[in-house]
Design a protein around this ligand. Structure first.
Ligand code: DOR
Ligand code: ZN
Length: 347
């Protein structure tokens, strides 16, 4: 029997881009309306590389949380070739900082300051493994000669496997996985290795990006893959396996930087994220698995308490606005101008 009401423990978003400055007035309320906590990515310009910067950024985020919402940003540091072990010790000692983000240099938006060679950060990774501080991995190689659709698989083979055999106890989240290879890899690792899955990689494949015209608002990194990978991700997400949990990678860019000859990567899903995950889980006959994926597995992995409050989704079609103001530009959300099945009840 299908129900028109869905109640679940308030979810958390374990991978989110909020940006900074005026943009926070748009992004923070969109996430805080539905999620209790979110892991905030550090790829600002310049990147967040110290605990002091992370705590200052956290305050700027908190100042944009609407009074009716309770929302806790969980901060991350951006791993560079020169991040010190000392800073790792500081991060580990502060509850508000929960992880370190690893971008291979040049892999994506604001990844210029990322790691140029993984061996340069071995001392830092060793310390993280000792302290149990998770490493959040953007898993794509950056070699121009590697086809963009193969970059995640190559990363598994040439970087990740070696990294985990060197540091087998390192807590590692393979972020926004996009391929069956990544699903298989994670399934074969011990409990210290987990993965986030975005809603856009569950809903869409590369036809949505490229067939019948180029759609810049479907362009993200890692890029959407073929439908067999999309199906493998869905199977993992709805499986109930605690290694897989919700991370939207909601990544807003102003319209003028998306609809241009060299558009930025990122899909802005926050305004309908939990609603769209519900749509995906329902389409796989697995609404009963949504709560684990959205509200339990991530908290358990990070060793944080599960949320105690609830949200309610109602089957009550609504239309996503065509755009939202975004600093001095606008941002085009996922499903802009189109209908969405599930609606979040106001708290
Ligand atoms: O599509 C993406 N956008 N992928 C990333 O890895 C970064 C993100 C961003 O910050 O815009
Ligand atoms: Zn991201």
């Amino acid at each position: 029997m299908t129900s028109d009401l869905l109640s679940l423990t308030k979810p958390d978003d374990w991978h989110l881009h909020l940006r900074d400055g005026e943009a926070l007035r748009t992004t923070v309320p969109h996430t805080a309306r539905a999620f209790s906590r979110a892991i905030v990515m550090p790829n600002l310009q310049p990147p967040v590389t110290t605990v002091a910067e992370a705590l200052a950024y956290r305050e700027r985020i908190l100042s944009c949380v609407p009074p009716a919402n309770k929302f806790q940003p969980l901060m991350t540091l951006y791993l560079t070739d020169t991040l010190s072990r000392d800073e790792i010790d500081k991060a580990s000692a502060v509850d508000a900082v929960v992880a370190v983000k690893y971008y291979p240099a040049g892999a994506t938006t604001n990844a210029e300051n990322g790691v140029t060679d993984i061996s340069r950060v071995y001392p830092v990774l060793e310390r993280m493994a000792e302290l149990g501080l998770p490493l959040l991995v953007h898993g794509e190689v950056t070699d121009d000669r590697v086809d963009i659709f193969d970059r995640e698989q190559q990363f598994i083979d040439s970087v990740l496997t070696k990294l985990l055999s060197r540091y087998p106890t390192l807590r590692l989240v393979f972020e926004h996985i996009t391929t069956s290879h990544a699903v298989e890899f994670v399934l074969h690792q011990p409990d210290n290795v987990a993965a986030t899955i975005t809603v856009h990689h569950l809903l869409y494949n590369r036809n949505d990006l490229l067939a019948g015209g180029v759609r810049p608002h479907f362009y993200c990194l890692p890029v959407l893959k073929r439908d067999s990978h999309q199906r493998a991700l869905a199977k993992a997400a709805v499986s109930g396996n605690p290694k897989f949990f919700l991370g939207t990678d909601s990544a807003p860019h102003g319209r003028t930087t998306k609809e241009t000859d060299c558009g930025c990567a990122g899909i802005y899903s926050a305004p309908a994220a939990i609603e769209l995950y519900a749509e995906v889980f329902e389409s796989h006959g697995a609404l009963d698995k949504l709560e684990g994926f959205a509200s339990f597995h991530g908290a358990d992995y990070y060793g944080l308490p599960r949320n105690s409050s609830k949200i309610t989704l109602r089957r009550n079609g609504w239309q996503m606005p065509a755009e939202f103001g975004f600093a001095d530009d606008v941002v085009i959300p996922i499903r802009a101008g189109n209908s969405i099945v599930w609606q979040l009840e106001k708290l």
